[in-house]
Design a binder for this molecule. Sequence first.
Ligand code: SF4
Length: 706
Amino acid sequence: MRPGLPEIKDIFGPGGQLSREIAEYEIRPQQTEFANQVLEVLRDGGTLLIEAATGVGKSLGYLVPSVAVSLSRQSPVIISTNTKNLQEQLINNDVPIASRIFGGEFTAAVLKGRGNYLCLRKWRQLLEGDGNKRVEAFVRGVSSSLPSFPCGDLAEMGASRDFSLWERVASDPTTCLSSACAHAGDCYWRKARRKASQADIVIVNHSLLFSDVGCERTLLPEHDTIILDEAHNVERVATEHFGVEVTGARVKREMERLVSAGGVFQSVRKKLGRRLPKLRRLAISSKIQEIERTLEELSGISERAFSRLSELMQAMGVCNSVRFGDERLSLPGAFQEMAFACSRVEERLSGLLANVRENAELIKDTEEIVTEITGGSERWKSLTSNLVFLWEASRPEFVYWVELRHGDDLALKACPVWVREEMREHLFSQLRALVLTSATMAVAGSLDHFMFRMGLEGDYQPRRAVIDSPFDHTRQVTVMVPCDFVDPRHEQFSASTSELLIRLLEAAPHKALVLFTAHDMLGQVYAAIAGPLREKGFSVFGQGLDGARSEIMESFKSSRRAVLLGTASFWEGIDLPGEALEMVIVVRLPFPVPDEPLVMARSESLMAEGKDPFKEYFLPEAVIKLRQGFGRLIRRRTDRGAVIILDPRIARSSYGSVFVKSLPTAIEPCAASELPEKVSAWFRNVNVATETAAAKTPLKKTGKRG
Ligand code: SF4
């Protein structure tokens, strides 16, 4: 019998199951309201956009209704997040709590992107191949951590980040033997999918969700109900997914997959065996040699194409990205040659495949070889079509650009300017019930901008709600703005910021996160403040200057007095409660960079529609990002701290009020010269208030002493 749906108040409300089951459970009316709204949509169908601030308890708030509806309808609910941290929180914290409520009657599974799982067949091939030092080091790393990761998750294993080797052992649809594989029974990917196919709740990330869309919805179990958490990231992931990219490194990796030690050709040569008559063996070998020659030619063409492009960018003074396909930059003709060469590789791989098939009965492990060559051929076909698409640059609804990556690698990229149509057609229209939630979707309390960006307009009439924070922001946080500070567009801004930061941290030596919008400025400020602050006993960490993000985060957490300077990825996804983070300093209002290709194209598109790009795009984007940065500070009811916005435009400009209305507490304007002392005084007062409150609280009885 299908279970009926529970009353939300009986679970989340006073005296409800959660407070009976969990001693420290905190009743929050906001969580009950959130869960009620989610339950209604999951039960009745439709779309719900619901913003819920940090502290509402969103994840449990949607998990409980999801389990109830999944069990009642006997159909899985997919929960998609942007970050691994949230997936881990769901499976390790929220699912066990929900299990206690539902008496362990449901199952939940996490499914990651296929490339995360180790392919045992390819792994065995790599072990059997003639390795070099690089391969041996990789094999040692994976072998030593494999026993601790029974899910075969390469990312979890901390295996060497040698991406080209990783790709060679990762599960991949183009080289999978499926049920014919000798390892099918133990295959990590197949096991993970089987588990997901039997689960009531399937936890995935946005990227896998869009891969499922691209694979005609064959990756995930059949479903019609989705919760999208961290929904403010969905558009970005969709844009990447519906886009195209070719990098010099990717071309090299594809070549390596064919010709390197343990690669496809070595494996084919080994398996030709004695049963194959000499002439036929020679015919196959000569086909391989022919492809190797084409690859050598391609290597030269690719090098020429990318270095010519790099020269052009240098001549134009471009140091990060530039659009092409218009009057600004034409791709060098070598890219067209490159596309031809890639198609020749593909054709020749098909010729080799035909030859291997003709001799199938005489070759060892033919099926394995056929799969490897077919997979290679499919990847070269996709590389060719991507290069042709980029070379032609003819779709007006796309933006095309070149981007400089780490290590001087160049990426040719294209993506749709907007993904509203794509998301509507491929995702939203396929669902019975959809919930989009995040702590930061609204601008000045309105979800209109988010709806526009997601294409939830016209026929779509989603329900909307904004749930307030359970925190007392007026008491827990101060937001100060030095109104007379230098304008961020002034050349003095960087030097003045450095000087003010040193004074501020000396006066209020609390752990601080300084958020930048550009690496250049971060570098300048870091160079100016690191020495003086270190002399005063601070640890100073700079993104991209003191190690990888995770290393910096660990060092910052374990330091007593520390300041962390970060850009893009540090504006969200950081959860440092209590004294681990007490100040967030926003250096300038985080407007999108106007000359970034996608930003520029969106701006032009809005102008063409007669809209104001500043009002419709730049301002709402910056507001949402500022709210994300703000959200790093207050993570718990007991947290307190200061947000300092150094960009005086928030107080001085006509649009500043939109930012102010979007923050959970009022800003306090002050003079830059007074700022350090004001912040310090605020912390002193807050500490006194906390101590007084603690002194007034009677001690809890702790039972008899021994
Ligand atoms: S079934 Fe496919 S993914 Fe799994 S081990 Fe075999 S080839 Fe690899």
